[in-house]
Design a protein around this ligand. Structure first.
Ligand code: SAM
Ligand code: SF4
Length: 325
């Protein structure tokens, strides 16, 4: 699954649902999103069938996302079903329902999770997510760490909102084997993005280095994050510099939305419907290959993304909640 720029694609992110039990301001538009009718969403068996086609084409890593993947009623069945495929299976979750799924994760071979938490302050959590679930998430992170799971904490850093907490997150890595990943704030439909709210990779690194002695760690091929450790600390931290230092040149990721549309890039305007032809008995392999050949070199073809002056007008995409980050 090579594209026109020589990039080989072996990583598929599948969104299980458009719904969520949080309302993060950077992801979910204030007035919500129009939800796809249930009959137009992929069923458990369609997810499995389409995922299997991707594995035949070379995918060997699948990440489940959403919306919040764990709010889907058949989330456990989906994880167990996909676990028989020859893939490394993982999940990105907001952590609220983790305690109900620890056994399923183990049975499905999911031993590493990405968990989103943008603040260590209860009141700020409520402001960002519009839900009072801070304690639940912290308790569940604790369950994961004590249960031997590898936990990466995703923190979307927004200037004027939570950039003051970068040191608190770094302190967390002192004694705990957590991996904190600071993510640059990205523009999507309805999330009121402005370049003034982006706290960049350079900003973050400068801030941390001004206080701590920091060592650079090796990044895996295709890594989206640049990893570091404060010397002597148990855990690590990283920055996902999607906006200011993109990693598009080594991108190996494809996306499948909950309603069965394939996106070749997080920022791609176009998408390829896989579910309808699949339901009609059409071989979707050529559609997948065609979609990959349309992949743009950088940021789905958006030029100079970090300097957009009116993202809502200049970007035509879905809201993040409808893509599956
Ligand atoms: N509900 C799950 C969660 O929050 O982890 C999975 C879906 S969420 C859309 C996936 C990831 O996208 C989360 O880590 C979230 O923080 C990130 N995300 C959402 N909107 C973003 C934005 N505008 N900029 C950067 N990251 C974003
Ligand atoms: Fe829900 Fe995750 Fe989006 Fe927050 S980031 S609204 S938890 S899907």
């Amino acid at each position: 699954m090579r594209d026109n720029f020589g990039r080989q694609h072996d990583y598929l992110r599948i969104s299980l649902t458009e719904k969520c039990n949080l309302r993060c301001t950077y992801c979910m538009p204030e007035n919500g999103v129009p939800l796809t009718p249930k009959e137009a969403l992929m069923t458990e068996s369609e997810i499995f069938q389409i995922a299997r086609i991707f594995t035949r084409l070379g995918v060997d890593k699948i990440r489940l996302t959403g919306g919040e993947p764990l709010v889907r009623k058949d989330a456990a069945e989906i994880m167990l079903g996909l676990s028989v495929l020859p893939v490394k299976l993982s999940i990105t979750t907001n952590g609220i329902l983790i305690d109900r799924f620890l056994d399923t994760f183990k049975k499905a071979g999911i031993n590493s999770l990405n968990l989103s938490l943008d603040t260590l302050n209860k009141e700020r959590f409520l402001q960002i997510t519009k839900r009072d679930e801070f304690d639940t998430v912290l308790n569940n992170i604790d369950l994961l760490l004590r249960g031997g799971f590898h936990v990466k904490i995703n923190v979307v850093v927004q200037k004027g909102v939570n950039e003051g907490e970068i040191f608190d997150f770094i302190e967390w890595t002192k004694k705990e084997d957590v991996h904190v990943r600071f993510i640059e704030f990205m523009p999507f439909d309805g999330n009121s993005w402005s370049k003034n709210y982006v706290f960049s990779y350079r900003d973050i690194l400068e801030k941390v280095k001004a206080v701590h002695s920091v060592e650079k760690l090796n990044d895996k091929p295709h890594a989206t994050s640049k990893a570091f450790r404060v010397k002597g600390y148990k855990g690590t931290f990283a920055v996902i510099s999607s906006m200011t230092e993109n990693f598009c040149a080594s991108c190996n990721r494809l996306r499948l939305t909950a309603n069965g549309k394939m996106k070749n890039c997080l920022f791609s305007k176009g998408e390829a419907d896989l579910l309808t032809p699949h339901r009609n008995g059409v071989n979707i392999e050529p559609i997948i290959r065609q979609c990959i050949l349309k992949k743009k070199a950088v940021h789905g073809g958006i030029v100079n993304i970090q300097h957009l002056s009116d993202a809502d007008k200049e970007i035509k995409n879905r809201s993040m909640i409808l893509i599956g980050g």
